[in-house]
Design a protein around this ligand. Structure first.
Ligand code: BMA
Length: 323
Protein backbone atom coordinates (compact mmCIF):
# COMPACT_ATOMS: atom_id res chain seq x y z
CA UNK A 1 0.00 0.00 0.00
CA UNK A 2 1.26 3.48 -0.81
CA UNK A 3 1.53 5.47 2.42
CA UNK A 4 -0.78 8.49 2.59
CA UNK A 5 2.30 10.39 3.84
CA UNK A 6 1.31 13.35 5.97
CA UNK A 7 -2.28 13.63 4.79
CA UNK A 8 -4.93 13.11 7.44
CA UNK A 9 -6.63 9.71 7.11
CA UNK A 10 -10.40 10.24 7.30
CA UNK A 11 -11.51 6.74 6.26
CA UNK A 12 -9.75 3.73 7.76
CA UNK A 13 -9.80 0.47 5.80
CA UNK A 14 -11.13 -2.55 7.64
CA UNK A 15 -8.41 -5.17 8.22
CA UNK A 16 -10.71 -7.88 6.82
CA UNK A 17 -11.00 -6.13 3.44
CA UNK A 18 -12.23 -7.03 0.96
CA UNK A 19 -15.24 -8.13 2.99
CA UNK A 20 -17.16 -9.71 0.08
CA UNK A 21 -15.98 -11.25 -3.18
CA UNK A 22 -17.44 -13.48 -5.88
CA UNK A 23 -15.86 -16.44 -4.06
CA UNK A 24 -18.43 -15.93 -1.26
CA UNK A 25 -21.36 -16.17 -3.69
CA UNK A 26 -23.77 -19.10 -3.54
CA UNK A 27 -24.22 -19.11 -7.33
CA UNK A 28 -21.94 -18.31 -10.29
CA UNK A 29 -20.79 -14.69 -10.18
CA UNK A 30 -17.85 -13.02 -11.87
CA UNK A 31 -17.48 -9.93 -9.65
CA UNK A 32 -19.34 -8.38 -6.69
CA UNK A 33 -18.96 -4.65 -6.08
CA UNK A 34 -20.63 -1.19 -5.73
CA UNK A 35 -23.11 -2.18 -3.00
CA UNK A 36 -25.90 -0.03 -1.60
CA UNK A 37 -26.18 -0.28 2.18
CA UNK A 38 -28.69 0.18 4.96
CA UNK A 39 -29.34 -0.94 8.50
CA UNK A 40 -32.63 -2.82 8.90
CA UNK A 41 -35.00 -2.23 11.84
CA UNK A 42 -33.56 -5.22 13.74
CA UNK A 43 -29.99 -3.87 13.45
CA UNK A 44 -28.93 -6.15 10.61
CA UNK A 45 -26.69 -4.55 7.99
CA UNK A 46 -28.01 -5.18 4.49
CA UNK A 47 -25.84 -4.72 1.43
CA UNK A 48 -27.48 -4.74 -1.98
CA UNK A 49 -24.53 -5.80 -4.10
CA UNK A 50 -24.01 -5.36 -7.81
CA UNK A 51 -23.19 -8.79 -9.17
CA UNK A 52 -21.74 -9.05 -12.67
CA UNK A 53 -21.96 -12.33 -14.55
CA UNK A 54 -19.79 -13.61 -17.38
CA UNK A 55 -22.09 -12.08 -19.99
CA UNK A 56 -21.05 -8.69 -18.59
CA UNK A 57 -24.58 -8.00 -17.31
CA UNK A 58 -25.29 -7.03 -13.70
CA UNK A 59 -28.11 -7.76 -11.25
CA UNK A 60 -28.52 -7.00 -7.54
CA UNK A 61 -28.19 -9.45 -4.66
CA UNK A 62 -28.74 -8.87 -0.93
CA UNK A 63 -26.23 -9.90 1.74
CA UNK A 64 -27.11 -9.59 5.43
CA UNK A 65 -24.80 -9.49 8.45
CA UNK A 66 -25.23 -8.87 12.18
CA UNK A 67 -22.03 -6.83 12.52
CA UNK A 68 -21.69 -5.41 8.99
CA UNK A 69 -18.27 -6.98 8.58
CA UNK A 70 -18.56 -10.77 8.36
CA UNK A 71 -20.98 -13.67 8.76
CA UNK A 72 -22.80 -12.57 5.59
CA UNK A 73 -25.98 -14.41 4.68
CA UNK A 74 -26.24 -14.05 0.92
CA UNK A 75 -29.50 -14.64 -0.95
CA UNK A 76 -29.29 -18.01 -2.68
CA UNK A 77 -30.42 -16.47 -5.97
CA UNK A 78 -30.49 -12.93 -7.44
CA UNK A 79 -32.61 -10.57 -5.31
CA UNK A 80 -33.44 -8.08 -8.05
CA UNK A 81 -33.00 -9.33 -11.58
CA UNK A 82 -33.31 -7.13 -14.70
CA UNK A 83 -36.77 -7.25 -16.24
CA UNK A 84 -36.23 -6.40 -19.93
CA UNK A 85 -39.73 -7.58 -20.87
CA UNK A 86 -41.48 -5.15 -18.51
CA UNK A 87 -38.65 -2.62 -18.44
CA UNK A 88 -36.67 -2.50 -21.70
CA UNK A 89 -34.34 0.05 -20.12
CA UNK A 90 -32.90 -2.88 -18.11
CA UNK A 91 -31.89 -4.92 -21.18
CA UNK A 92 -28.18 -4.96 -20.33
CA UNK A 93 -28.55 -5.13 -16.57
CA UNK A 94 -29.03 -3.08 -13.43
CA UNK A 95 -26.13 -1.54 -11.52
CA UNK A 96 -24.86 0.57 -8.61
CA UNK A 97 -27.85 0.73 -6.21
CA UNK A 98 -28.27 3.40 -3.54
CA UNK A 99 -30.74 2.85 -0.68
CA UNK A 100 -32.73 5.49 1.23
CA UNK A 101 -35.28 4.69 3.94
CA UNK A 102 -38.20 7.12 3.68
CA UNK A 103 -40.11 7.40 6.96
CA UNK A 104 -43.16 8.92 5.28
CA UNK A 105 -43.55 5.82 3.07
CA UNK A 106 -42.28 3.30 5.61
CA UNK A 107 -40.28 1.91 2.67
CA UNK A 108 -36.79 1.71 1.31
CA UNK A 109 -36.32 3.50 -2.00
CA UNK A 110 -33.66 1.88 -4.17
CA UNK A 111 -32.27 3.99 -7.01
CA UNK A 112 -30.12 2.14 -9.53
CA UNK A 113 -28.67 2.40 -13.00
CA UNK A 114 -30.72 0.67 -15.69
CA UNK A 115 -28.55 -0.05 -18.71
CA UNK A 116 -29.75 -0.62 -22.28
CA UNK A 117 -29.31 0.51 -25.86
CA UNK A 118 -30.32 4.04 -24.88
CA UNK A 119 -27.44 4.22 -22.39
CA UNK A 120 -27.51 4.26 -18.58
CA UNK A 121 -30.57 5.83 -16.93
CA UNK A 122 -31.86 6.19 -13.37
CA UNK A 123 -34.50 3.70 -12.22
CA UNK A 124 -36.32 3.52 -8.91
CA UNK A 125 -37.93 0.69 -6.93
CA UNK A 126 -39.60 0.52 -3.52
CA UNK A 127 -39.37 -2.31 -1.01
CA UNK A 128 -40.07 -3.07 2.63
CA UNK A 129 -38.08 -6.30 2.91
CA UNK A 130 -35.62 -6.54 -0.02
CA UNK A 131 -37.51 -9.63 -1.17
CA UNK A 132 -40.27 -8.08 -3.25
CA UNK A 133 -39.92 -4.79 -5.10
CA UNK A 134 -42.34 -2.32 -6.63
CA UNK A 135 -40.62 -0.99 -9.75
CA UNK A 136 -41.33 2.62 -10.72
CA UNK A 137 -39.16 2.26 -13.84
CA UNK A 138 -36.99 4.95 -15.34
CA UNK A 139 -37.21 8.30 -13.56
CA UNK A 140 -34.29 10.03 -15.31
CA UNK A 141 -33.67 9.25 -18.97
CA UNK A 142 -30.20 8.33 -20.35
CA UNK A 143 -27.46 9.36 -19.94
CA UNK A 144 -27.91 9.65 -16.21
CA UNK A 145 -26.68 7.63 -13.21
CA UNK A 146 -25.30 7.89 -9.64
CA UNK A 147 -28.68 8.82 -8.13
CA UNK A 148 -29.91 8.77 -4.54
CA UNK A 149 -33.07 10.10 -2.90
CA UNK A 150 -33.10 12.32 0.18
CA UNK A 151 -34.85 10.62 3.13
CA UNK A 152 -37.49 13.33 3.53
CA UNK A 153 -39.28 15.97 1.49
CA UNK A 154 -37.69 19.39 1.13
CA UNK A 155 -40.34 22.11 1.06
CA UNK A 156 -42.99 19.52 0.27
CA UNK A 157 -41.14 17.71 -2.53
CA UNK A 158 -39.00 14.60 -2.73
CA UNK A 159 -35.47 15.39 -3.88
CA UNK A 160 -33.15 13.25 -6.00
CA UNK A 161 -29.44 13.82 -6.56
CA UNK A 162 -28.22 12.45 -9.88
CA UNK A 163 -25.55 12.78 -12.53
CA UNK A 164 -26.71 13.52 -16.07
CA UNK A 165 -24.07 13.35 -18.77
CA UNK A 166 -23.62 16.72 -20.44
CA UNK A 167 -20.66 16.18 -22.73
CA UNK A 168 -17.82 17.11 -22.19
CA UNK A 169 -18.63 17.37 -18.47
CA UNK A 170 -20.63 15.36 -15.98
CA UNK A 171 -21.91 17.33 -12.99
CA UNK A 172 -24.22 16.60 -10.05
CA UNK A 173 -27.82 17.84 -10.26
CA UNK A 174 -30.88 17.82 -8.01
CA UNK A 175 -34.49 17.30 -9.15
CA UNK A 176 -37.77 17.42 -7.26
CA UNK A 177 -41.00 15.42 -7.32
CA UNK A 178 -44.36 15.39 -5.53
CA UNK A 179 -44.81 11.62 -6.03
CA UNK A 180 -41.47 10.00 -7.00
CA UNK A 181 -42.81 9.59 -10.57
CA UNK A 182 -42.92 13.11 -12.01
CA UNK A 183 -39.68 15.06 -11.74
CA UNK A 184 -38.82 18.70 -12.37
CA UNK A 185 -37.17 21.80 -10.91
CA UNK A 186 -33.79 20.51 -12.10
CA UNK A 187 -30.81 22.41 -10.70
CA UNK A 188 -27.07 22.01 -10.97
CA UNK A 189 -25.69 21.55 -7.44
CA UNK A 190 -22.04 20.63 -7.93
CA UNK A 191 -20.13 21.09 -11.18
CA UNK A 192 -17.01 19.16 -12.07
CA UNK A 193 -13.99 21.44 -11.95
CA UNK A 194 -11.78 21.96 -14.98
CA UNK A 195 -8.08 21.70 -15.59
CA UNK A 196 -5.69 19.81 -13.36
CA UNK A 197 -8.04 19.23 -10.43
CA UNK A 198 -8.61 15.70 -9.06
CA UNK A 199 -12.35 16.18 -9.74
CA UNK A 200 -12.08 17.79 -13.18
CA UNK A 201 -14.60 17.06 -15.94
CA UNK A 202 -16.47 14.12 -14.40
CA UNK A 203 -17.92 13.76 -10.91
CA UNK A 204 -20.89 11.85 -9.46
CA UNK A 205 -22.69 11.28 -6.20
CA UNK A 206 -21.30 8.33 -4.27
CA UNK A 207 -23.49 7.17 -1.31
CA UNK A 208 -26.78 8.92 -0.43
CA UNK A 209 -26.35 12.27 1.35
CA UNK A 210 -25.73 12.09 5.10
CA UNK A 211 -27.93 14.37 7.22
CA UNK A 212 -25.93 16.28 9.86
CA UNK A 213 -26.83 19.21 12.12
CA UNK A 214 -24.75 21.47 9.83
CA UNK A 215 -26.20 20.32 6.53
CA UNK A 216 -26.31 17.46 4.06
CA UNK A 217 -22.88 15.92 3.82
CA UNK A 218 -22.08 14.71 0.32
CA UNK A 219 -19.35 12.22 -0.50
CA UNK A 220 -18.79 12.32 -4.24
CA UNK A 221 -16.42 10.67 -6.65
CA UNK A 222 -14.11 12.49 -8.99
CA UNK A 223 -12.79 10.74 -12.08
CA UNK A 224 -9.32 11.77 -13.12
CA UNK A 225 -8.31 10.69 -16.60
CA UNK A 226 -4.64 9.82 -16.95
CA UNK A 227 -2.50 8.31 -19.70
CA UNK A 228 -2.83 4.98 -17.85
CA UNK A 229 -6.61 5.11 -17.31
CA UNK A 230 -9.05 6.62 -14.84
CA UNK A 231 -8.62 7.18 -11.09
CA UNK A 232 -11.84 7.11 -9.02
CA UNK A 233 -11.42 9.02 -5.77
CA UNK A 234 -13.72 10.47 -3.12
CA UNK A 235 -14.27 14.08 -2.03
CA UNK A 236 -16.64 15.89 0.34
CA UNK A 237 -19.06 18.80 0.17
CA UNK A 238 -21.76 20.23 2.44
CA UNK A 239 -25.22 21.48 1.40
CA UNK A 240 -27.88 23.53 3.17
CA UNK A 241 -30.50 21.42 4.96
CA UNK A 242 -33.56 23.29 3.68
CA UNK A 243 -32.13 24.52 0.36
CA UNK A 244 -30.39 21.33 -0.62
CA UNK A 245 -29.05 22.78 -3.88
CA UNK A 246 -27.07 25.40 -1.95
CA UNK A 247 -23.44 24.29 -1.58
CA UNK A 248 -22.02 25.56 1.72
CA UNK A 249 -18.55 24.03 1.55
CA UNK A 250 -16.60 22.02 -0.98
CA UNK A 251 -13.30 20.43 -0.10
CA UNK A 252 -10.33 21.14 -2.31
CA UNK A 253 -8.68 17.71 -2.17
CA UNK A 254 -9.71 14.08 -2.37
CA UNK A 255 -10.01 12.27 0.95
CA UNK A 256 -10.04 8.60 -0.08
CA UNK A 257 -8.68 6.85 -3.13
CA UNK A 258 -7.21 3.61 -4.47
CA UNK A 259 -4.17 2.68 -2.39
CA UNK A 260 -4.63 -0.94 -1.28
CA UNK A 261 -3.78 -3.78 -3.67
CA UNK A 262 -7.45 -4.88 -3.92
CA UNK A 263 -8.35 -1.31 -5.02
CA UNK A 264 -5.56 -1.10 -7.59
CA UNK A 265 -5.85 -4.57 -9.08
CA UNK A 266 -9.03 -6.05 -10.46
CA UNK A 267 -11.27 -5.82 -13.50
CA UNK A 268 -11.03 -2.02 -13.41
CA UNK A 269 -8.02 -1.05 -11.32
CA UNK A 270 -7.65 2.17 -9.36
CA UNK A 271 -11.35 2.45 -8.53
CA UNK A 272 -12.86 3.11 -5.10
CA UNK A 273 -16.61 3.50 -5.56
CA UNK A 274 -18.84 3.82 -2.45
CA UNK A 275 -22.60 3.43 -2.98
CA UNK A 276 -23.72 3.09 0.64
CA UNK A 277 -23.05 3.65 4.32
CA UNK A 278 -24.48 2.83 7.71
CA UNK A 279 -24.14 4.99 10.80
CA UNK A 280 -23.05 3.79 14.23
CA UNK A 281 -25.38 4.12 17.21
CA UNK A 282 -23.48 7.25 18.31
CA UNK A 283 -24.70 8.99 15.13
CA UNK A 284 -21.12 9.87 14.20
CA UNK A 285 -19.31 6.76 13.01
CA UNK A 286 -19.71 6.09 9.27
CA UNK A 287 -19.27 2.60 7.84
CA UNK A 288 -18.58 3.29 4.19
CA UNK A 289 -19.10 0.36 1.81
CA UNK A 290 -17.32 0.70 -1.49
CA UNK A 291 -16.60 -1.25 -4.61
CA UNK A 292 -12.89 -1.94 -5.04
CA UNK A 293 -11.53 -2.16 -8.60
CA UNK A 294 -15.01 -3.24 -9.87
CA UNK A 295 -14.21 -6.62 -8.32
CA UNK A 296 -15.03 -6.77 -4.59
CA UNK A 297 -16.82 -4.99 -1.74
CA UNK A 298 -14.70 -3.28 0.92
CA UNK A 299 -15.36 -1.28 4.09
CA UNK A 300 -13.77 1.85 5.54
CA UNK A 301 -14.67 3.57 8.83
CA UNK A 302 -14.86 7.31 9.35
CA UNK A 303 -16.42 10.00 11.54
CA UNK A 304 -18.91 12.68 10.45
CA UNK A 305 -17.36 15.17 12.91
CA UNK A 306 -13.89 14.57 11.46
CA UNK A 307 -15.07 15.02 7.86
CA UNK A 308 -16.90 18.25 8.81
CA UNK A 309 -13.82 19.49 10.66
CA UNK A 310 -11.70 18.69 7.59
CA UNK A 311 -14.20 20.57 5.39
CA UNK A 312 -13.88 23.61 7.67
CA UNK A 313 -10.13 23.57 7.09
CA UNK A 314 -10.05 22.47 3.44
CA UNK A 315 -13.36 23.71 2.09
CA UNK A 316 -14.42 26.94 0.47
CA UNK A 317 -17.87 28.47 0.58
CA UNK A 318 -20.12 27.80 -2.39
CA UNK A 319 -17.52 26.53 -4.81
CA UNK A 320 -20.20 26.27 -7.41
CA UNK A 321 -18.42 28.22 -10.10
CA UNK A 322 -16.19 26.39 -12.52
CA UNK A 323 -12.48 26.87 -11.89
C1 BMA B 1 -18.54 4.14 -13.48
C2 BMA B 1 -19.66 3.22 -13.09
C3 BMA B 1 -19.28 2.31 -11.96
C4 BMA B 1 -17.89 1.73 -12.09
C5 BMA B 1 -16.90 2.80 -12.49
C6 BMA B 1 -15.51 2.25 -12.74
O1 BMA B 1 -18.83 4.83 -14.64
O2 BMA B 1 -20.01 2.44 -14.21
O3 BMA B 1 -20.20 1.26 -11.90
O4 BMA B 1 -17.52 1.20 -10.84
O5 BMA B 1 -17.35 3.42 -13.67
O6 BMA B 1 -15.51 1.28 -13.76
Amino acid sequence: MTPSSHYQVLFHRHPQNPILTAADWPYPAHTVFNAGATRLADGTTLLLCRVEDRRGHSHLCAARSDNGVDGWRIDSEPTLWPDPAGHPEELWGIEDPRITFVDELGKYVVTYTAFSRGGPGVALALTTDFRTFERYGLVMQPDDKDAALLPRRINGRFALLHRPWTDPCADIWISFSPDLRNWGGHKLVLPARRGAWWDANRIGLSPPLIETSRGWLMLYHGVRRTAAGCLYRLGAALFDLETAEQCLLRGDAWIFGPEASYEREGDVGYVTFPCGYTLDADGDGINLYYGAADTSVALAKGSIAEVLDWLDRHGAYNQGARE
